[in-house]
Write a protein of this length. Sequence first.
Length: 69
Amino acid sequence: MRTNIDLDDKLLEAAFRCVSVKSKKELVHLALKEFVEHHQRKDLRELRGRASIRSDYDYKALREYKDDT
């Protein structure tokens, strides 16, 4: 979809310094993609009280290095 928009030049310059894209189009696509991904993520606070940890779960055992040689 073709659209003409007026972008803040200082904001564009700052955004170009943050990422390695070569065009305004790439920059806007990246920004929109990250915006959508951010808003689609579940807020962990919404999950409070909905999950539980098994009583036999041993996270320390999972950290141990096992050498099978």
